[in-house]
Each structure stands twice: as structure tokens, then as C-alpha cells.
Design a protein around this ligand. Structure first.
Ligand code: HAM
Length: 426
């Protein structure tokens, strides 16, 4: 036998027994988006590398170490998208969406980062994300967070996640803070871990995110970004918090929350859980008022978030996904050549009459006993039975499989849809 070829490390299949919770999350999210007035966009998986460098930032982990970058056949440097915000801004600019008033958009799909795979962290993972353009106020920041809070309630995970928020202020106030922080840390550089020391010259704000206990301890007395915020940023942050309070969304201010992408200004937030080990951030986002201009557009306020599907699906409580909705309702048993041929026609007429019907038509032949066993195993409520006799008489048997509904009955094929509908309703 030829040697098997395995999937790329960190890139997972979602098997037929695993896809129901994914569909459930997508369906609930799609419904919420519709109800809040957000419209879907579908964007390329590949963009020019320059786009990610200019938006996410040259010295971020994502751009420095994690992108799948390659030259295409024209010698152009392209990258698989590591996130969705940059591509969404690119599309909005290129397609002129920003001239058409406020845009509330959402997207979903795979993202790619060459990280070290572990539970909850993959090289191909999936996000559902939102981006809003043209609204500068705290109302829309709050709306984004309130949407996610509602999503957690709908999915039954509200008790497992908590909200952390912070304000990063304006680029100017952040620059002042950065200068002071670097000076403060340089005096203590010998106390820093190696990674943080390297970041001192590249991306010092990320040091605040360090997970190294000694570094965290040291940082307890470091200058705080909060002290550098201007009045406008302070007022914006206070208003977001007040609106969350009014909506009954609990939050915690985490002054060390800085995020791993450079484009954020003002509000940033993360929904975290203690249930997934080290990879505890289920959803993250914030405001990025400078990015549109940075990518060649006119200054345009923007805010958004993205959630990690793998992490969210892992949090879903057992029994939350309505599995019954994915099982067939009826299983068509056909024994003998005449019945098989007639059965396929009957199945199509049932689908015409009952458009939502989930009907599994047996294929591959076999006797009554083995087909009925399959019918039972499929989880269907009713077996439709077509043997030689029924095929000749133009009838079909209906056999309830899950108790209730009485015994087996035989009806003319023309009345099969009606009889089946009555059984499924009962
Ligand atoms: P992010 O924090 O890089 O933000 O990613 C958002 C979420 O994607 C994370 O909270 C996590 O749940 C999931 N995620 C990230 N990396 C992985 C991975 N390697 N494996 C599994 N899940 C992962 C962004 O991507 C921003 N674009 C969010 C945003 C939208 N901000 C404004 N608008």
C-alpha cells in the first residue's frame, strides 16, 4: 500500500461527528448579526504581505514569526491571512465602501499563523469577526461588546467567560508612555526575562503582556498607561464602561491589556476563560481609528472584534447543540430492484411535498433486517418501508421507531407525505 499523507501540523479536519457544534455557533452568530444590522463580507484568504506588515505592525510576533509568506509565480510576496481586520480595511478602501456611510460588517473563515500548536492554538484556525467603520463614539464600542455578551448567553457559555477591558489612548499619549516605560525598564533591564529584554527595543508595550512571573512582579510598580491618557480618551473609556454597566455586562479593567497587534487605539477588550488552559482568550478586539489612514484612506474611526471558533466550540456545554436537528427524521428502506427504483422517485416526491424534511434514503441494497437496523441507528423517528409487495401495490409502510405514533401502517404512496407529516408532528 502507498504511504499515507498526513495533514499539516496544527491544521485540523472537522469530521462529520464534529461539525454540528460549528454549524450551531455559526447559525446563532449569523442570526445575531442579522438582528443587529451587520452585513456579511467574504474576503480573500491571501493578501499582499505588505498589507499585514503595514497594519498589524512590522515588529509584532504575528508579522515577525508567524506568517505563512511565499512568493507566487510572479515573484510577488503574498501571505495567508493571519487575521481578518487588515483585509477588511483593504477591501473597504479598494471598493469604496467607506464613501457609503457607516459600515457594520462581519466575516468568518480560516486564518493562518505559524505558532507552536497546542490545545486551543492551531496553525489554521477559524474566526468569526466584526468590523465597523465610520463611528467614533463609545456607543459602538459598547454595542460590539454587548453583542458578544448576548452570543455567550445564547450559546450557554456566559458563565465560563469574563470580560477584560482597557484603553490604549491615542498614538501620541501611547508614545509618551512608551518613552517613560522604556526608560524605567532600561534601568531594570538586568531583571527582565530574555524575551522582554529583546522587546525593549522592538515592542516594549508587549512586555506588559509578559507571562513570566518575575517580569510580572517587576511590572507591578512600572508606569501605568492610564496615567498618560488624555481627557478625551478617559471620557471615552468611562462612557464605554458606563454603557456596559447599564446593559448588565460585567467587566474588569485590566491596565496591562495591550493586545498583540499594533493598530489599536482607545478601547481594547478580551473575553477570557479559565477552562482552556494557557489559550484562554476566546474573543478579542477594540478600536483602531488610525488604521484606515495608515492604509491610504481618509481618517476613519473603526472598531471590531474576532472570536476563535475552536476555543468557543470547546467551551460549549454538552447538550447545548440541538443534535436532533442534524439527525434524519425518516429513513427509507427499499428491498428488491423494483422497490429501489420506485423508492428514489417516492423520496423525491416527499422532498417536494415536505421541503424541510430530513430524509435518508437507503443506498446499497441489503435485506429488510439490516436496513431496519440502519434506520434505527440513524436516529430517524420513522422508517418508510418499500418492499416488492408495496412497490407492486403502490403503497408504502410507515413504522415509528421511537415509541409512540402507534404501530406500522400502510398507506397509498400518494398519501405518504401527509401520513409522514402527521407522524412527525405527533
Ligand atoms: P486576535 O486576538 O489576534 O485578534 O485573534 C482573535 C481571536 O482569535 C483570539 O482571541 C483567539 O480566540 C483566536 N485565535 C488567535 N490565534 C489563534 C490560534 N493560533 N489558534 C486558535 N485560535 C486563535 C484579531 O485577530 C483581530 N483581527 C481582532 C479584531 C477585529 N480587532 C478588531 N477587529
Amino acid at each position: 500500500m502507498a504511504q499515507l499523507i498526513e495533514a499539516v501540523r496544527g491544521m485540523n479536519d472537522i469530521g462529520p461527528d464534529e461539525s454540528a457544534p460549528w454549524q450551531h455557533v455559526e447559525q446563532v452568530f449569523r442570526g445575531l448579526m442579522l438582528s443587529y444590522g451587520y452585513r456579511e463580507v467574504r474576503l480573500p484568504l491571501v493578501e499582499k504581505t505588505e498589507l499585514f506588515k503595514r497594519s498589524i505592525g512590522e515588529v509584532t510576533d504575528i508579522v515577525e514569526k508567524e506568517m505563512y509568506t511565499f512568493e507566487d509565480r510572479n515573484g510577488e510576496s503574498l501571505s495567508l491571512r493571519p487575521e481578518g481586520t487588515a483585509g477588511c480595511v483593504r477591501a473597504a478602501l479598494q471598493r469604496g465602501w467607506l464613501h457609503q456611510g457607516v459600515q457594520r460588517l462581519w466575516y468568518g473563515g480560516p486564518m493562518f499563523r505559524h505558532e507552536r500548536p497546542q490545545k486551543g492554538r492551531y496553525r489554521q484556525f477559524h474566526q468569526l469577526g466584526v468590523e465597523v467603520f465610520g463611528l467614533p463614539g463609545p456607543d459602538i464600542d459598547a454595542e460590539n461588546i454587548i453583542i458578544t455578551a448576548r452570543l455567550w448567553r445564547r450559546l450557554g457559555v456566559a458563565g465560563k467567560v469574563s470580560l477584560q477591558i482597557n484603553s490604549l489612548g491615542t498614538p501620541a499619549s501611547r508614545a509618551r508612555f512608551r518613552t517613560d516605560l522604556v526608560a524605567w525598564l532600561q534601568e531594570r533591564a538586568h531583571l527582565l526575562d530574555e524575551d522582554s529584554r529583546r522587546r525593549l527595543t522592538t515592542n516594549p508595550l508587549r512586555i506588559l503582556d509578559s507571562k513570566v512571573p518575575e517580569t510580572r512582579h517587576l511590572l507591578a510598580n512600572a508606569p501605568s498607561l492610564m496615567d498618560y491618557l488624555d481627557d478625551a480618551a478617559r471620557a471615552h473609556f468611562a462612557e464605554v464602561c458606563a454603557r456596559l454597566d447599564a446593559a448588565g455586562v460585567a467587566w474588569e479593567h485590566n491596565p496591562r491589556l495591550v493586545r498583540g497587534l499594533d493598530y489599536y487605539t482607545y478601547t481594547v477588550f478580551e473575553w477570557v476563560t479559565g477552562e482552556l488552559g494557557a489559550q484562554g482568550t476566546v474573543c478579542a478586539g477594540g478600536r483602531y481609528d488610525g488604521l484606515v489612514e495608515q492604509l491610504g484612506g481618509r481618517p476613519t474611526p473603526a472598531v471590531g472584534f474576532a472570536l476563535g471558533m475552536e476555543r468557543l466550540v470547546a467551551l460549549l456545554p454538552a447538550g447545548q447543540v440541538p443534535e436532533a436537528d442534524y439527525r434524519p427524521q425518516a429513513y427509507l428502506v427499499m428491498v428488491g430492484e423494483a422497490a429501489e427504483r420506485r423508492g428514489q422517485v417516492l423520496a423525491e416526491s416527499l422532498r417536494d411535498a415536505l421541503p424541510g424534511l430530513r430524509l435518508l434514503a437507503h443506498c446499497g441494497g441489503g435485506g429488510f433486517k439490516s436496513q431496519l437496523k440502519r434506520a434505527d441507528k440513524s436516529g430517524a423517528q420513522v422508517a418508510l418501508i418499500l418492499g416488492q409487495a408495496e412497490a407492486e401495490a403502490g403503497t408504502v409502510g410507515l413504522k415509528p421507531l421511537r415509541g409512540g405514533g402507534g404501530g406500522q401502517q400502510t398507506v397509498p404512496q400518494a398519501q405518504a407525505a401527509q401520513a409522514l407529516a402527521a407522524l412527525l408532528d405527533g
